[in-house]
Write a protein that binds this ligand. Sequence first.
Ligand code: AMP
Length: 432
Amino acid sequence: MSEKINIPRGTFDILPGESSKWQKLLNIFCETANLYSYQEIVTPIFESAHLFERGVGEVTDIIEKEMYRFTDRKGREFALRPEGTAPIVRSFIENHLGKEYAPAKLYYFGPMFRYDRPQKGRYRQFHQYGVELIGSNNPYTDAEVIALADHFLKQIGIKNYTLEINSIGCDKCSPVYDAALIEYYSKHKDELCGDCVKRLEKNPKRLLDCKNEKCQLIGKEAPSILDYLDEDCAAAFEKVKYYLNLLKVDYIVNPRIIRGLDYYSNTAFEFLTTSLGSQNALLGGGRYNGLVKQLGGVDTPAVGFAGGVERLLAVAEAEGISLVDSGNSGIYVANIGAETIDYALALCAEFRSKGISVEYEIDKNNFKSQLKSANRLNIPYVCIVGSEEMEGQRFTLKEMNSGKQVTLNRSDIGEKFNNWPKLSVFEAEQTC
Ligand code: AMP
């Protein structure tokens, strides 16, 4: 036997029992995004490494430590995408989406890659869903993307979460706040973790985000951004809150919320869950007015969010939410005797042409084992064909729950199965 090859560390397969939950989640996300008139965008899973260096910022963990970089055969530097926003902005600029859509309202769903130390809930290939609204600075749009996220979580049935919002100011007031943070934290430099000492010089707001207990304790007394917002930023933040109230989205203001990535400005928000212990960030986002210009486009304001699919599934499970469709209305076709196989297969095709999900197990040639299988698979209807049915061009349909049986003509499939299973053939026919 040749050597077994295993899956790469930090990755996982989505197996059949799980994949239906993923499908359901994706469907709910697409439906919700459509309710708000967002359209899907799909970008490649690898891009020029410089896109992320410029777009995400070189002084972030994602770029410094976690990027899957590789050089192709011609020596070009690429990276597996660690996040979705920079590629979408690249596409927005490259395809002149700003001309066609003002604003562009986009959503995405797909794999992301970070060379992180694998641990529970942290993978090297994971999945994110998100939206980007590019081309408006109206505070209503901040509220709209937040409302969409809130709507999505509610559609799934998630209950134990809170929305925290903040404003991190613009390129005028944010540096003033940074200076205040530098002044404050410099007094505590000896007590900070190594990462925070570095951040102090390059990205002081990120000190507020540090998970180290000591840094968090020091952060409690740090100046609040809300005292440093200039008039325009303060007014915009008031408007965001006004529209959130109008859209009936509950929130609390937390001046400690910042976003880890460089390109954010003004509104920052996080949906936090209490269902998972320490990994409490369910979904995060904010306004990134500087990014389009930073990536070579015309100065264009934008706002968006991203969330982790694995974490969302873990929260749904912790909250006892079933993401398995209970409305299975399929038919299991079972046949008696080898001579009826072809007739059974023909019926399968006719049911499927009516949009009915059909299971037929060609390798199970024993009627009893077929019935057992239908039970095990939880398929609610069984279509039984024996030689008598075949000769009369008929079939017997059994409702597994009630045990009711009815014999129908093959031609009934065309006439009576249009609204299956709503139009129950068991009510119309005499049962035996
Ligand atoms: P970020 O893009 O870092 O703001 O992360 C947004 C969300 O993506 C987080 O709240 C997580 O749910 C998820 N996420 C980020 N990194 C990972 C990872 N390595 N493994 C699994 N999920 C992740």
